[in-house]
Each structure stands twice: as C-alpha cells, then as structure tokens.
Design a protein around this ligand. Structure first.
Ligand SMILES: [Zn+2]
Length: 266
C-alpha cells in the first residue's frame, strides 16, 4: 500500500436537490468515504474516520444527532469500517499513529473514540473557534461534541504548524504532512470550518482528495453547485465557490480529483 486507499463506511440517502443544482427531491444513495495510508515509518494513518455506530445507532445520542441521522439515513457498511479494514491489513486500532481530520462533521469524526492513542491532525484555527462556541453555535456548524473524544485538544496537531510548501497544478501553498513532500494538506474553505483536502504530488498523476468541497463531482465539473437549501449547510458559500474553482483548475491541469461522497448503488 504505497498510496491512500479509500473505503465507504456508510451509504446515506440524501435528497438530490441538496447536493446538485436543479436536482430532484427524490433521495439518491451516496457513499461516505474515509482513507487509509501509511506514514514514512509504515504506521497507518487514517484520513477521517467515516461514519460509525456512535453517530448512527447509539442509544444515548442527543435528539439533534438523531434528527441529523433521520435527514440523511446513514446505513453502515460493517466490513468497510476502519477497524475491519485495518485488521485486513494486519493492524489493530492502537497501531494508528495519526488521524487526519479534514473537518469536524459527524461523518468524518464518528469513529474517533475507537482510536484513543492516535494523534489528531486538523485545522488549529477551526478547533480554536469550535472550542470557544456555545452549544447551539456548534450545532449550526454540525459539530456534535458528543462524538469528539475527551482530551482531543491535548492530542491535536494543528495542520498549520507543518512546513508550507508549493503544491502542484495551481493548488497554491500546502502543508507538508510528513515532511517528505509525499502528502500535502490543501486549504479548501467554505464547506465547513477549517475544511482542507489532501494532495499527493509525487504520484504519476497527482491526486487531490477534495473531500467535501462538494458532495458530487457533477456539482463541481458540471456547473451544478447547489444553492437553495444547501446554503444551510455551507459555512461560507463564496469561499466554497472559490474552492470548487480551485479544484476544477487542478483537474483541467491534468490532476485526478476524488471527493468523499459519490453516488453508489443503493
Ligand atoms: Zn462535511
């Protein structure tokens, strides 16, 4: 495993109108990805955690988290959850050195508690803002404290403290995750507080994991960025549009782009 591999932790049923301009109100099946890669020492590093039982079926979930689940109807793909995938590679959860959190939405943090010894690489600026928020402000940003492990702050490694290096194909400056130029964090603001993607510039064809810049590639590449009800979800719609344009330029320059959510068979 030289490069990241991605797995679908769950399938959600989202109204098409929420994720695609001129989409219909019928629900479409969409995957919820997370990634797995190895650091230079060969230790596993997760890229988000995907959905997990704590977010989708925990009996003690708050009313708001239950409501969030009802809107999106996530169904877990059990044998694709991180612990199962790690086991197939011969790893146990404690082997995970780091978890790169691209942002703090439930479908990216839900399994954090399964990895109590992993360091957490995330936007320090976003974390400081979230930590200072009142409960209702966090909910407005779809941040559910109940999914975040206690002591997260002491395990946090702010992405901004990594060396800044030039990223390929017009992505601007990135933060060098491992200090060897193999994987760069790319600022892609707009979808959520502190949202960033990851780029692998040394691949034959550079890859950008653009996470939730948009939910469907058709929105970015087919000129169908959703407005309307989707505006309730964006942290900043103007920044989202700029980030989508950045991703589009990267693809036009020859880069490969992948998002967290794409349509799957139900
Ligand atoms: Zn998100």
């Amino acid at each position: 495993m030289n490069w990241p591999e991605f797995h679908n932790s769950a399938v959600i049923l989202a109204p098409e109108r929420l994720v695609l301009k001129r989409g219909r109100w019928r629900r479409i099946a969409i995957g919820v990805r997370y990634g797995l890669m190895l650091d230079p020492r060969g230790k596993p590093v997760l890229i988000d955690t995907g959905y997990g039982p704590l977010a989708t079926e925990g009996p003690d979930r708050s009313a708001m988290l239950k409501l969030y689940g009802m809107v999106l109807g996530p169904r877990l793909v059990r044998d694709e959850l991180p612990a199962a995938v790690l086991a197939r590679h011969g790893f146990v959860p404690d082997d995970v050195a780091r978890i790169v959190l691209t942002h703090f939405h439930p479908d990216h943090v839900a399994a954090l508690r399964d990895f109590p010894s992993a360091r957490i690489v995330a936007s320090g600026a976003a974390w400081r803002r979230i930590a200072a928020m009142r409960g209702h402000e966090r909910l407005r940003h779809a941040v559910f404290t109940e999914l975040l492990p206690p002591g997260l702050a002491s395990r946090l490694e702010p992405i901004e403290e990594r060396p800044a290096v030039q990223a390929p194909l017009g992505l601007g400056v990135g933060w060098d995750l491992f200090g060897d130029g193999s994987c760069l964090a790319i600022d892609l603001p707009g979808h959520a507080l502190g949202h960033f993607g990851l780029a692998w510039p040394k691949r034959d064809r550079p890859l950008l994991y653009a996470v939730d810049t948009q939910w469907l590639s058709a929105a970015v590449f087919g000129g169908r960025l959703p407005g309307g009800v989707a505006r309730l979800v964006y942290a900043d719609e103007d920044l989202m549009r700029e980030s989508a344009a950045k991703v589009r330029r990267f693809a036009e320059a020859g880069g490969e782009v992948m998002f967290c959510h794409e349509r799957v068979d139900a």
